[in-house]
Design a binder for this molecule. Structure first.
Ligand code: MG
Length: 332
């Protein structure tokens, strides 16, 4: 195998086969993929599946706590997990710039494999395109995934007065870490992305009998976007206790430096959960086994339907709106 990817590696012929076999098949090997048909035959009952897709263009490709490969599996598997489903089958399409290092490509594929194992999921189909230098910035990945529902009925439409809103850990790490990596900001304490597979946490919640009302990973637009979408979709007000929102010192530092708000920053392994008040204790107990910062941050009311209100500890109130304008590009 060459040290770098050449246009011939996307030719559909000999070199293309060599690339697929020596990197992708080697790491993604499973019975369905090995059949190498035009499309994969899946053993999933048709009335219990969810499907999602996502493209990944993050820059830089490698960042503290992860890389584009880890992100490409987490992103798609997490969207499946957020529907109360178990990720099962993924596709993997890559667009590679001519001249890209095969060693780095394999490193990325290895990260994908590791994350697939955490989800008990597999790549069953894929595609590789190589484009001339300058046509794409190094490497883009698209993953599409199918999952099998474990707990049906989870929906952004379900929020009702009195329900509690929980966040699974401290927020804003991914956006802050990518920004710091891109700008070469070195911090005294190491700031890493939160990028992680959420399926194990969702399974643990379902296993102890928590009835999940709504659940969403707080990716682009951050926690602010999730809460606003829920308030609008369910026609309720979500009141958040501002000082309950967990934010690390490192993320606070980046926010102050740049004038960002942590609630608007992207996460890749942090989710927001709406549940019945009687499930609060149980849910937090489970989530704290994964991250001790998991906590309830607010309640569903009818104070101002369609809006999110931030209550401060000294009694002031303000609306938390959807983030607008140019946020950080190419964070995922
Ligand atoms: Mg999502």
């Amino acid at each position: 195998m060459n040290k770098t990817i050449t246009i011939a590696h996307g030719n559909g012929g000999e070199e293309n086969n060599e690339l697929i076999t020596s990197i992708f098949y080697k790491h993604f090997k499973n019975d369905i993929l090995s059949k190498s048909e035009d499309a994969a035959v899946l053993g999933v009952p048709h009335d219990s599946i969810v499907m999602t897709t996502d493209s990944f263009t993050v820059s830089p490709l490698f960042f503290p706590g992860g890389d584009i490969g880890k992100l490409a599996v987490c992103g798609t598997c997490n969207d499946i997990a957020m529907m109360g489903a178990q990720p099962k089958y993924l596709t993997c399409s890559v667009i590679i710039e001519e001249g890209f290092s095969t060693r780095e490509l394999e490193k990325i594929v290895r990260s994908m494999k590791k994350e697939l194992e955490l989800n008990n999921a597999m790549i069953v189909s894929g595609d590789t395109k190589v484009v001339p230098k300058g046509s794409v910035d190094k490497l883009f990945i698209n993953t599409t995934g199918i999952g099998e529902i474990m707990q049906p009925g989870i929906s952004a439409h379900n929020l009702k007065e009195g329900m509690r809103v929980i966040v699974s850990r401290d927020i804003g790490r991914h956006g802050a870490a990518i920004f710091a990596a891109r700008e070469g900001i070195t911090l005294e304490s190491s700031l890493e992305t939160d990028c992680a597979s959420l399926y194990p946490q969702v399974k643990a919640l379902i296993d102890v009998g928590v009835k999940i009302v709504a659940m969403r990973d707080a990716t682009r637009g951050g926690v602010a976007a999730v809460l606003n979408e829920w308030a609008k979709t369910s026609e309720v007000c979500i009141e958040i206790e501002e000082e309950k929102i967990p934010v690390s010192e490192e993320v606070r530092g980046i926010c102050e430096m740049l004038g960002f708000e942590a609630v608007n920053l992207a996460n890749e392994g942090t989710f927001v959960l709406a549940i019945l008040p009687e499930d609060e204790h149980k849910a937090i107990e489970v989530l704290q086994q994964f991250n001790t910062d998991a906590t309830a941050i607010g309640t569903v009311t009818h104070q101002h339907d369609g809006k999110v209100i931030l209550n401060s500890s000294w009694g002031t109130k303000r609306f938390l709106d959807l983030p607008t304008g140019e946020l950080l590009p190419r964070i995922c």
